[in-house]
Structure formats: C-alpha cells, structure tokens
Write a protein that binds this ligand. Sequence first.
Ligand SMILES: C[S@@+](CC[C@H](N)C(=O)[O-])C[C@H]1O[C@@H](n2cnc3c(N)ncnc32)[C@H](O)[C@@H]1O
Length: 359
Amino acid sequence: MEALAITPDSHIVTIASGGCNVLSYLTADPARITAVDLNPAHVAYNKLKIAAARHLPDYGHFHRFFGQADDRANLAAYKRYLRPHLDEATRRYWEGRDMVGRRRIGGFASNVYKRGLLGNFITAAHLLAKVYRVDLKEVLAAKSVEEQSAIFERRLAPVFDRKFVRWLIDQPASLFGLGIPPAQYRALAGDHPDGIRAVLKERLRKLACDFDIRDNYFAQQAFGRRYARGEGSSLPPYLEPANYDAVKDRIDRVEMLHANFIEHLAGLPAASRDRYILLDAQDWMTDDLLTTLWTQITRTAKPGARVLFRTAAAPSLLPGRVPDAILDRWDYRAAESLDFTKRDRSSIYGGVHLYVLRD
Ligand SMILES: C[S@@+](CC[C@H](N)C(=O)[O-])C[C@H]1O[C@@H](n2cnc3c(N)ncnc32)[C@H](O)[C@@H]1O
C-alpha cells in the first residue's frame, strides 16, 4: 500500500488472487479498482468477498466469515445474505465440491485458510515438522522478537538439516503439487549458492524472526493457521473493524473480471490507468509475454503511474527480457524496492519491485 501511494483519482488494475489486497486497497480511497484473474476459483472467491462486504448485516458477520472462517453460522449467513446476490457461476462454484468431495462453501465452517494450494503447502509443512516433534505454533507464544529468533534457531532451523526433509525439498515435484510451478522453482533454486533449501530456510527465518508476530497476520496464518484472536491479533486492512464502514461504502468501486491481465489491458484506451499490481504472475511468463504485457502497461499508463510486483527470486526480472526502449520509459525505484522487500512481512517472495512512469 505504501509503495502504491494510492490517491483519490487512482484507477487501479490488479490481479485478484484471494482478494484480501483488492478489498484492502479500498481503505486508501481510490476512484476505481479493476481486479482480473485467470483462475475461476479466485474469481469466485473475490465475488463472494464483494457480496459479503455489500450484503452481510454488520462487522460481526463479516469478521466471522473471513476473519475466523470456521463457524457453521457462516453457512447460514451464506444462504440468507449472500446466495441470492451471486451470479450462477459463483454460486455453482461455492456449492460444488472440491477434489476430495467436500462442498466448497463448507470451508467457512471449518477454517477455509487450511484449503487451497497455499493452505495445503502450510499443512504439509506443519505435518513434516510434527514428524520431528516440532510444533510450528511455538513461535506464536514468543513474547518478543528475540524470543522468536531463539525459537527459530533452536527448534525450526534444525528441521531443514534432516535427511528426509533435504531430500523432499530437493524434489521439484514435491513443491509443484503445493503451488510452486517449475519456472518459480528454478528461479528460487538459482537465488542462493546453496540452492533451494537455503532459500526456503531463509524465507522461513525472515517470517519467524524479522517482524513482531503480533503485527504480522501473514506469520499468524503460517504458524497458527488463523488470525490470532483477542490481544496480539493482526488483520489485513479490509478486515480491521476501523475500516469496515469505508470498505462497505466503497465496495461498488470494485469490478471483478475473469480475464487475462494482458488481454484486459489491450482493450483499454491509452493513458487511462494509474496503478498496476501484477503479484508474482510474471514469474511464469516468457520474454514475449513480458514484452506484450509491458507494451500494454506503457500504452495504458498515465504519467506518474506505478507498477508493483513481486518475484520469487530477488532481482527484478525485466532487464534483458523486455526491450530497453520500453523500460527506459520507467523509473525503477531500486532503493525503495530494496526497502519494501526488506519490510515485506509475508516473507515468501525474494523481491518487491516498484516502477514509476516518467513524465
Ligand atoms: C499465486 S497468485 C499470487 C498470490 C500471492 N499471495 C501474492 O499476493 O503475490 C498469482 C495469481 O496470478 C493469477 N495470474 C497469473 N497470470 C495471470 C494473467 N496473465 N492474467 C490474470 N491473472 C493471472 C493467477 O491466477 C493467481 O491468482
């Protein structure tokens, strides 16, 4: 949010993913947000969140749905307040069944954050740690960042040296199934002289040690499988009680499209958009796709427009892959990007990168 510097006239175009970011941008009061995603699951998730902000009766219901996401009362709320407002495809998605036969909407009665690729990845990490009698929740009991570091060094770090864990992490296939695609695996493995194991260990160290766990909802989800409740709870901006009215009042500024980011931009007028968020999507694009993407971004961007993205490896992947004639139009904010990377509490990415269009 800090890197984006959203202003009241900003028209944001973002990849939607799970939708926490999309809704959280509303707290910065932009003019409009267009969220696009190729993945129908993410489209359905965003449409559910938008309907919830619009139609759930109060903050209590909203927080129980997405902040707790583990209460049967959410299923009754879905039926009564959300279902009547969803389009056919979204309703079919939520009332349909996942690969193991569970109704998807049922996730909100039994912790939806344990589902999906990232949910599975975290479950696998917890199970693996348990084999070595390490409970990843121990980190949550720390009273200071010093204590967090001590727990990491004493308990978590040694797990990476176990023979089976070393073998497992070195198998690209074990990570593909959990949501790290081949191109990202290669980028990660090449990012450290000691390979993928050292990278994963360093990312986990950052998540466990570099930020107070009480201010880090990413770490609370990774180690505790939920947002902490009561004292020491930290929530994404869209779920904070103080932001509820703003999110609800402004929800009509969000549109959710099932589309390819590049094709969406190709249909837009020149110089018409202000902020672009690509998440990590460029990690699996070819040079040709990257060039088409940046051709369209440059065409549709207004002066001063900002582009923000993350990469699995540390460096910005653009130089040498997108022609200089395009990149020269942009000011890569190298020092700021390094600082944002350092302060990225999610800790799973190697780099956060900010580009600003030159006047
Ligand atoms: C893995 S998620 C990123 C989630 C991560 N938590 C983050 O915030 O960076 C990447 C998303 O990009 C979407 N995506 C990738 N390429 C895309 C494209 N060309 N157009 C639209 N969405 C795309 C995927 O469907 C997915 O939802």
